[in-house]
Each structure stands twice: as structure tokens, then as C-alpha cells.
Design a binder for this molecule. Structure first.
Ligand code: DOR
Length: 429
């Protein structure tokens, strides 16, 4: 099977490439990147005016299967992934049963293989049942194929327990992803604590609840010498803590999500349950600090925290609605606003959405170097449209960006040298 991508603007930060070139793929592997490759008997893609880059990777998604198939399935989640330009995703462990054992990991991998669209990398739980008390079977999870450990959705409160988990995870070279939020500080909190929570009469969540845990996690990374990855950074204070820890050479990496650099707590006004998320949307000052953190490298990567819920679950009072925002089909156009605003260059954005995720979690792809697997995203940078969640492949409709006018979208996703998505068409065979 041969594929030739002609005349696209090839951007690959791993090779410092940003040039109009052709990409030749054979047997699922990148064979050559050069100007004017001429060849017969190959499938050709005309990529003139398009960006050709390493396949986007989202290291933080909730696919809900097993257990919550009414919210999302591995099939609908992976369709949403490729439609958003993602050729690989890492799925969180808060399923039912929890992914704290080999059976669940194997089930997820088998389902994903049947769906055969984006690659899937399961994340195992740190603790059994996400209860923060007893270690999950970490060695067995590694053997079954998890790439990291996380109790995401739940913070791990017991520092002694997390220390042991990190020491254990270190033996298996599995990074720990932290949901850094001390929910005990504001057990009833549903949005950022501040003027707007007071105005709406909603219980708030202070920024300190995130920063206390980020500080603790950094200390444990220092103590154990192991890698902690801070999920969904939402506050300026957390960005400062991570910047300082990196300066001191501590093994910490961090992600943020499109909603934390494009929305503020004001999105909650009108009791908009689609803007309810954990951690909550913060203030303009935090948004600016997160952009700065992305720009100066404090925040390594952009992930979505794609968290689908059934539309009826979100159709209730703000207090009762579950937290979560979907992101697979909006992440690229919302993140491209950073390029439009001059916060990131194209190359920096692609690094944060593909190369850095691959580098940090040791995943295949994230590079177009000859010899690498051919996972490629082709982006039309000029196409303009309105975000319309009713058109999403995801079952989730909990999207606070509905109606936004955006520019740019993935038009082709290639996984292992095969076209799995072509604007509005998902491969069916
Ligand atoms: O808002 C959120 N929803 N944050 C999380 O960390 C978990 C997620 C979920 O699973 O719904």
C-alpha cells in the first residue's frame, strides 16, 4: 500500500521542518519527505494549501466504555477523535469497572482494535476503584499495555500513599497523571470562587484548591525522583509553581485544555451547565497566565479532557449537573486561535498537540521522520465555519463553544499509512 501526499506545507518540529514538500508512505511507514516526488501506481492526496503534520495525539480523554456507553463508546469516541484530527488518544481509567486490572485494559484494547480508527493507549488507575487506598495491580497493568497511571476525576489525598505509588510506578517507568484538586476545601463547590459565584449564588472552588495539590505533587516528584504530569492546569498560581519546579530540574510536566485558555468563569453565567468542568473555568488573569505558560514551555502540551455526558444529565440545575466538557472535535480550531493571536507559532502548536505528547508518554508517532509509523493529520488552515455540536460524531453535546465562528480543521487523518478520516467521511471497512 503506497500513498503520496503532494505539495502540502509539511510542519514537523522534530525535524525543524516547515516547507512545501511531498510525503511518501509505504507499508504504513514514512519512507521519504522531499520536494517533487514523482511516482506512478500510488494513491495521491493533493495537499496544496494544507498543513501536513505528525498525527495529533490527545493524552486525556474519557471514552466511558466499559460502563457508561450511554455517554460515549470507544467507537463514537474514536470517530470523534479522527474527525478532530487525532490519530491517537490516551483514555482515562474512570470507567465502570475501573481500569485497575488487566481485564479492563485488554477489553479496551480489543474494542479499539475492532473499531480500527485512531490508536488507543489506555491509562491505568493508580488505586483500586479510584479510592486512593490500595494500589492497583501496576505491574500487570503495564504488562497489559497501559502507558501511564491516573485516578483522574479523583484527587489522591493521602501523600504517603501517592509517594508509594510513585516509587512503584518508577520501577515500571509509568508516569503518574495527577488530578490536582483538593475537593475537601470546597465540597459543595461547582464553579470558580469569586465575584461571579457570589453573583450567581453558587458555591465556589478557590484557586488554592488546585495550587495546594500541585505544590504537594511537585514535592513528591522531588522526593521520589519520579515523573508527575499535572493534568488540566487552570490557574496562574499553578503555572508559576510548575515553572519554578522545572527551573529546579524536578520531573514535572503539565497539560492544559482549550477551555482553560479560551473561556473564563463568565461562561457559567446563565447557569450554563455545558461550562461546568472540574477544575472550573477561572478568570482572565488565569487565561493569560496559561497562554504565557504555553508560550514559555511551562505547559508542555494541550489535551482535551474530553468528558462526554448524556445531554439529559446536563439538562438540570447547575449544582446537580456532572462536570465535563467535550473536546475532541473542537480542540484543533480552538487551539488554532493561539496561532492567530500570535501566542504560538504553527510549529509550537503542533509540538504541543503531537510531538510533546508522544515524547512525554513514549508513544509511537509524533514525528514524520522517515522510518516512523505514518500517522499524519492534514489540516485546512483557511476553512471557516461555525461549531455545531449536533454534527459531532461524539455522543456528547456538552460543548460550550456552540455557535462560535472558527477557522481551520482537520480534513484528513492517516493512521498507520491508511486514511481513516476524510472530511465528513469515516472509513467503514
Ligand atoms: O470535568 C471533569 N470531568 N473533570 C475530570 O477530571 C473528570 C471528567 C469526567 O470524567 O467527567
Amino acid at each position: 500500500m503506497k500513498l503520496l501526499i503532494k505539495s502540502g506545507r509539511v510542519i514537523d518540529p522534530t525535524q525543524h521542518l516547515d516547507k512545501v514538500l511531498d510525503v511518501f508512505i509505504e507499508d504504513g511507514v514514512i519512507k521519504d519527505i522531499m520536494a517533487n516526488i514523482e511516482m506512478d501506481n500510488v494513491q495521491k492526496i493533493d495537499a496544496q494549501g494544507k498543513i501536513v503534520c505528525p498525527g495529533l495525539i490527545d493524552v486525556h480523554v474519557h471514552l466511558r466504555e466499559p460502563g457508561f456507553e450511554y455517554k460515549e463508546t470507544i467507537e463514537t469516541g474514536l470517530k470523534a477523535a479522527v474527525a478532530g484530527g487525532f490519530t491517537a488518544v490516551c483514555c482515562m481509567a474512570n470507567t465502570n469497572p475501573v481500569n485497575d486490572n488487566q481485564e479492563v485494559t485488554r477489553y479496551i484494547l480489543k474494542k479499539a482494535q475492532e473499531v480500527n480508527l485512531a490508536r488507543i493507549y489506555p491509562i491505568g488507575a493508580v488505586s483500586k476503584g479510584l479510592e486512593g487506598k490500595e494500589l492497583a495491580s501496576i505491574g500487570e497493568l503495564k504488562e497489559a499495555g497501559v502507558v501511564a497511571l491516573s485516578d483522574d476525576g479523583n484527587p489522591i489525598y493521602d501523600s504517603g500513599f501517592l509517594r508509594r505509588a510513585m516509587e512503584y510506578a518508577k520501577c515500571f517507568e509509568l508516569p503518574i497523571i495527577s488530578h490536582a484538586e483538593d475537593k475537601k476545601m470546597s465540597p459543595d463547590g461547582v464553579m470558580n470562587e469569586g465575584k461571579i459565584s457570589t453573583k450567581l449564588g453558587l458555591p465556589g472552588i478557590p484557586k488554592a484548591s488546585e495550587e495546594i495539590m500541585v505544590f504537594r505533587d511537585i514535592k513528591l516528584a522531588e522526593l521520589t525522583g519520579w515523573h508527575i504530569h499535572i493534568a488540566h492546569v487552570s490557574t496562574a498560581g499553578a503555572v508559576d509553581l510548575i515553572r519554578e519546579a522545572k527551573r529546579r530540574g524536578i520531573r514535572v510536566t503539565a497539560e492544559t485544555c482549550p477551555h482553560y485558555f479560551s473561556l473564563t468563569e463568565e461562561a457559567v453565567e446563565g447557569f450554563n451547565t455545558n461550562a461546568k468542568v472540574s477544575p472550573p473555568l477561572r478568570t482572565r488573569n488565569d487565561v493569560e497566565a496559561i497562554k504565557q505558560g504555553l508560550k514559555d514551555g511551562t505547559i508542555d502540551l494541550i489535551a482535551t479532557d474530553h468528558a462526554p455526558h448524556h445531554p439529559l444529565e446536563k439538562e438540570t440545575t447547575f449544582e446537580d449537573a456532572p462536570s465535563g466538557i467535550i473536546g475532541l472535535e473542537t480542540s484543533l480550531p480552538i487551539s488554532l486561535r493561539l496561532v492567530e493571536e500570535g501566542v504560538l507559532s504553527w510549529s509550537e502548536l503542533i509540538d504541543k498537540m503531537s510531538c510533546a505528547p508522544a515524547r512525554i508518554f513514549g508513544l509511537l508517532a509524533g514525528s514524520l521522520e522517515p522510518g516512523k509509523v505514518a500517522d499524519i493529520t492534514i489540516i485546512d488552515p483557511d476553512i471557516t465555519y461555525q461549531i455545531d455540536p449536533s454534527q459531532f460524531f461524539s455522543k456528547g453535546r456538552n460543548c460550550p463553544f456552540a455557535g462560535w465562528g472558527v477557522k481551520g480543521r482537520a480534513v484528513i487523518a492517516i493512521v498507520g499509512g491508511k486514511i481513516v478520516y476524510q472530511f465528513e467521511k469515516i472509513r467503514t471497512s
